[in-house]
Every structure is written in C-alpha cells, then in structure tokens.
Design a protein around this ligand. Structure first.
Ligand SMILES: Nc1ncnc2c1ncn2[C@@H]1O[C@H](COP(=O)(O)OP(=O)(O)OP(=O)(O)O)[C@@H](O)[C@H]1O
Ligand SMILES: CCCC(=O)O
Length: 351
C-alpha cells in the first residue's frame, strides 16, 4: 500500500511516502520568511512544486501511488475520522470559506494531484474536528459560539499511542492532552471524543510561541483601537507575532529555555507560560469531573524539561504525566488512511 502524505506548515512543507506502513522517504522543505507571509493562493504553485520535486527526487513512480492524504484545514466543523476530499471540501479549502490556514493548502494540493493520478485524496482529523459538548460552546455574547480549532490529528494520535501502551483503547480512557507548539491547545478527551478544547488559533487559552492567547476584552479592544491595524492585520498580529516572539523576537523556544537560570526575563516568562498551561489543564480536569487517566504533553515545546517539570509541579495532583515530544502527524495521516484502504475503517463524506 503506497501513500503520499502532505503536511504544509507555515514555514515548511513536510512530505512523505509510506509503503506498507513503513516511511520510505520523508522530506521537510523549509520556506523563506517572505514566502511564509504570502497568502495561500500566492503559495499554491510553490507548494505544488515542492510535492512534485519530492516525487521526482525520490524516483517515485506516480502510477504506484495508491492514495494521497493531506493535513486538512479550516472548513465546516466535523467529527473526527478520515474523510475523502470531495469537490465540496476542495472548494471550501481553496476559497478559504471558513478562514485561511496553511493546512487548507495541503488539502488543495492533495486533491489536485489525486485528480491528475485518478486516485482518492483524503484528510484525517483536520484542525476543525468538533466534538465539543453543547455547554462548552456558549459564550456571554448570545451570537458568539466557541469554536473547536486545534491540533486534532496529533491530539488523537498521541492519545491512541498512550491507550495502546497500556493495552487499552482510546474509546475507553479519559485523557487531557496538551499540544505545545506555535499554538498551544489543551483538550479534554472523554472516551474517544474531544469534549472541550481551547481554540488555539483564535486567541483562546494560553499564550504560545507566536500567539497572544486569551487577553481581557477591554484591554484587547483598546489595543486594537489604538493599533492602527485593519481587522485582518490585527488578527494576523495576534496569531503570528505575539507570545514568545513578541517578548524575545525569536520563535526558538530552546534558546529561551537554555537561559532559564541565567536570565530573569526568560525565567519569568517560562514560569508564566507553565502557569497558564497548567491552569488550562486544571480546567479540563474539571470538564472530566476529575476522572482523568493521564495527562499527555506533546509538541516541540514539550522537549523542554524545564517547562515540562514546572507544569508537572502544578498538575501532578490530577494524574500522572506522559510526554511524547514533537508531533506524529505524518505517521497519523498514513495510519488513518491505511486503516481505510485496508477496510478496517470507513471513510466519511464531507457535505
Ligand atoms: N530541547 C528543546 N528544548 C526547548 N525547546 C525546544 C527543544 N526542542 C525543540 N524546541 C522548540 O520547539 C519549538 C518548535 O515546536 P513545534 O515544532 O511544535 O512548532 P510548530 O510545528 O511550528 O508548531 P505547531 O506544533 O503548533 O504546528 C521551537 O521553538 C524549538 O526551539
Ligand atoms: C489550529 C491548529 C494548528 C495551529 O496552531 O495553527
């Protein structure tokens, strides 16, 4: 079974080729800062070319590819699982009907290439997986509902790894997962469903590498009023220029955590970050009514022993903590689609 896996991030394109569940080739192509600032439509050719080059450089015969799976982006909220990228999904991703995120482009390029090869393109647990319980959705403004936008693919992937490691099934356990990366998402997983999560893309929850996190309403409105930004510019600033980046003018968290002992500002920042993450974990433990089998930390920042140990100090009364550093998105995409190709799972249709 040969599967091409496409995962575009804001600054890189990760592309892999899996053959019978083994990763035969994987490549991470870094894009320049200027390229990353372009819109999705402006980046289309660049990203398509990256995939095409990957295929040619690794001498992959296009006719051997049996399916393509892409990390999916912003679209209509759907429950978790594997979905065929049909024309409706393609159009929603292409035209950014539900907003612009670079993962939209993974689906768009996957669909176009699959069309060319006359095979199916799929996505697995895209960022808008929405399994939130109704009471988690209401806000104090009648017409505003909380949205579920998070690292659904890696969240469900590491939860499955954990469940398997204790000979259990994801559908039988309750875990709190914290994905600590450019964005930070903390979710309550209740027997296979993500019943609450902070919308890490739109300013809900802890600050992160690049994001502001939750800001008190009045201060935020005042900041916007005085900023001179258009609405789109303000949203882009809050999503890409805040958090670690605004304090230290870098998104290299390792360089900050290496200075924890010697630099008071780094220490104060990391203490505050750990505090905010822990508070969110505490909230999710209440969502699960205290019935928590494990807390799982993942994402690039969970490589930092300093950050992880600070969090553990705050949350160890809730449950034990397992750390799966970095992310497993390529493997999870391949696993999700090979389950479909082998007939273990049915794919779902987006409509
Ligand atoms: N050993 C380490 N100690 C501290 N920080 C580390 C370590 N290793 C990696 N990091 C940090 O992890 C960060 C990258 O995280 P990650 O790869 O999850 O980001 P991303 O993929 O851009 O974000 P996202 O996961 O939200 O898509 C970098 O800031 C890097 O410095
Ligand atoms: C929305 C999940 C991925 C991100 O933080 O951009």
């Amino acid at each position: 079974m040969n599967v091409l896996v496409i995962n575009f991030g804001s600054s890189s394109s990760k592309i892999a080729y899996y053959s019978n569940d083994e990763c035969a080739y994987i490549n991470k192509i870094e894009h320049t800062h200027d390229e990353a600032l372009l819109s999705n439509s402006e980046q289309y050719h660049l990203r398509y070319k990256a995939v095409d080059q990957f295929i040619r450089q690794n001498n992959i015969q296009k006719g051997d590819i049996e399916a393509i799976v892409s990390r999916g982006g912003l679209m209509k909220p759907i429950e978790g699982g594997a979905y065929r990228i049909n024309e409706k999904m393609y159009n929603d991703l292409l035209n950014c009907h539900y907003g612009e995120h670079i993962s939209n482009l993974s689906g768009v390029v996957g669909y176009k290439l699959a069309e060319e090869l006359n095979i199916n393109a799929y996505t697995v647990n895209p960022v808008i997986v929405d399994e939130m319980i109704p009471e988690a959705k209401l806000t104090g403004i009648k017409n505003i509902r909380r949205q579920s936008i998070f690292h659904a693919l890696n969240h469900k992937g590491v939860s499955n790894f954990y469940a398997k490691s204790c000979h259990n099934s994801y559908e039988d356990i309750n875990v709190i997962v914290g994905h600590l990366g450019s964005g930070i998402s903390i979710a309550a997983h209740n027997k296979g469903k993500v019943i609450d999560v902070n919308n890490c893309f739109h300013g809900d929850g802890p600050m992160s590498l690049e994001r502001s996190g939750n800001i008190p309403n009045k201060a935020l409105l005042k900041w916007y009023d005085e900023s001179g930004f258009t609405l789109d510019e303000a949203i882009s600033y809050l999503t890409k220029q805040c958090g670690v980046k605004s304090y230290f003018n870098t998104i290299d968290f390792k360089s900050i955590s290496d200075r924890y002992v010697s630099d008071k500002e780094c220490q104060q920042f990391i203490d505050a970050l750990a505090y905010q993450i822990s508070k969110e974990i505490g909230m999710m433990s209440v969502v699960l009514k205290g019935d928590v089998d494990q807390i799982i930390l993942t994402g690039g920042l969970s490589n930092s022993n300093i950050l992880v140990n600070l969090i553990i100090e705050h949350v160890k009364h809730i449950s034990n903590v397992t750390v799966y550093p970095n992310e497993f998105e390529m493997q999870c995409l391949n696993d999700g689609v090979t389950d479909v190709l082998k007939g273990h799972n049915l794919f779902k249709e987006y409509n």
